[in-house]
Design a protein around this ligand. Structure first.
Ligand code: NAD
Ligand code: WQD
Length: 346
């Protein structure tokens, strides 16, 4: 019998790519999303990309905090495991509206865990983030580094991680994997699904993509006086398809009887600077990106990249794509969908 996986936030950037990989892997996918930062067009496109497997996708627009609706969904569908992506993720907005973030992310997670417990579904993969490390004193970051999140969004992640640990400690039937992603970028190689944030993008790649298609005049480089190879910030960018594969690996790991509540970094283990990413994107797109050099973005750090040893060893997973692949697929998505999911069909 094919396993059924509930994917919360499955219409979003990472969720949509993961749902596609799940379908290709022979799973049934049940997606819930309130479409707060996404479009149901993503769901339709995932269905189409999945071909015959597309029939194994069921979508319901729902806020995760709507407990009666979630209870009903669990009662109607036999859900074997949950991948929990749904959450708000804009760092700057979280500093202006902390209660919005704590309410959405924490109440959402607690509601989900309560409903899962009621229905005896105790297998969970949760989207945590490298943001839990804050700005580490050294790199690569291992999973043992202390938690030092520095903004309300970031703090929702260690809070939820701890709730998961406490829950698993109280009832060993729970199997939980916490995945700490570094900087997810790129898009599905088809160019049919990708990241389409509402409003002004906060992150480097989606902002640069909008400059490349003429939606914004220039990219601001935040700081060129860091002690890095070229003075700009260094991060561990990871292709979203590699990330999606990491979730399939985590899901498989849940059947390991030794798993309790375990945390894994998902990154490439390599750092790239802002200027290196811009150069790779210019090469992939053939577009010159106009730049404005500016001061450091408040709250930004210098250099972060992952130790990937634990995920490689225990999940048998390793990122395959490099920066060139990420930029090629980012551009393919941008070029085919200059206005994201609002672009005319191609
Ligand atoms: P996204 O915004 O594209 O996807 C999140 C989805 O959750 C959206 O479709 C949104 O509509 C939905 N959602 C939010 N609150 C909801 C609620 N209360 N009920 C139902 N649906 C809700 O973001 P993403 O980049 O795909 O991120 C997915 C997860 O990964 C998030 O938890 C995020 O914190 C985490 N993460 C993201 C990054 C990143 O840089 N993209 C890095 C580390 C961790
Ligand atoms: C990358 C680099 C910027 C935009 C954020 C969250 C983190 C995680 C991933 C969810 C930095 C520079 C950026 C721009 C720039 N999300 N930059 N001009 O800050 O590493 O991480 O997303 O968990 O929590 O904080 O990613 O893409 O914003 O920045 O120069 O317009 O690009 O200064 O060096 P970041 P980012």
């Amino acid at each position: 019998m094919a396993k059924t996986v509930l994917v919360t936030g499955g219409a979003g950037f990472i969720g949509s790519h993961t749902v596609l990989q799940l379908l290709f892997g022979g799973y049934n996918a049940v997606v819930v999303d309130n479409l707060n930062n996404s479009s149901d067009i993503a769901i339709r496109r995932v269905k189409e990309l999945a071909g015959e497997f597309g029939n194994n996708l069921y979508f319901q627009q729902m806020d995760l905090r709507d407990k009666p609706a979630l209870q009903k969904l669990f009662a109607e569908r036999k859900i074997d495991a949950v991948i929990h992506f749904a959450g708000l993720k804009a760092v700057g907005e979280s500093m202006k509206k902390p209660l919005l973030y704590y309410n959405n992310n924490l109440i959402g997670a607690i509601t989900l865990l309560e409903v899962m417990a009621t229905h005896g579904c105790k297998n969970l993969v949760f989207s945590s983030s490298a943001t839990v490390y804050g700005w580490p004193k050294e790199v690569p970051c291992t999973e043992e580094f202390p938690v030092a999140a520095i903004n309300p969004y970031g703090r929702t992640k260690p809070f939820i991680e701890q709730i998961c640990r406490d829950l698993q400690h109280s009832d060993q039937e729970w199997k939980i994997i916490l995945l700490r992603y570094f900087n997810p970028v790129g898009a599905h190689p088809s160019g049919y699904i990708g990241e389409d944030p509402r409003g002004t993008p906060n992150n480097l790649m989606p902002y640069m993509q909008q400059v490349a298609v003429g939606r914004r005049p220039a990219l601001t480089v935040f700081g060129n006086d860091y002690s890095t190879k070229d003075g700009t910030g260094v991060r561990d960018y990871i292709h979203v398809v590699d990330l999606a594969e990491g979730h399939i690996a985590a899901l498989q790991k849940l059947s390991d009887p030794k798993i309790g509540c375990e945390v894994y970094n998902l990154g490439t283990g390599k750092g790239a600077s802002v200027l290196e990413i811009i150069a790779a994107f210019e090469k992939a797109s053939g577009k010159k990106i106009p730049l404005v050099m500016a001061g450091r973005r408040p709250g930004d750090g210098e250099i972060v990249y992952a130790s990937t040893e634990k995920a490689e060893r225990e999940l048998n997973w390793k990122a395959k794509y490099n920066i060139e692949d990420m930029c090629r697929d980012q551009w393919n998505w941008a070029n085919k969908n200059p206005n994201g999911y609002q672009s005319p069909e191609n």
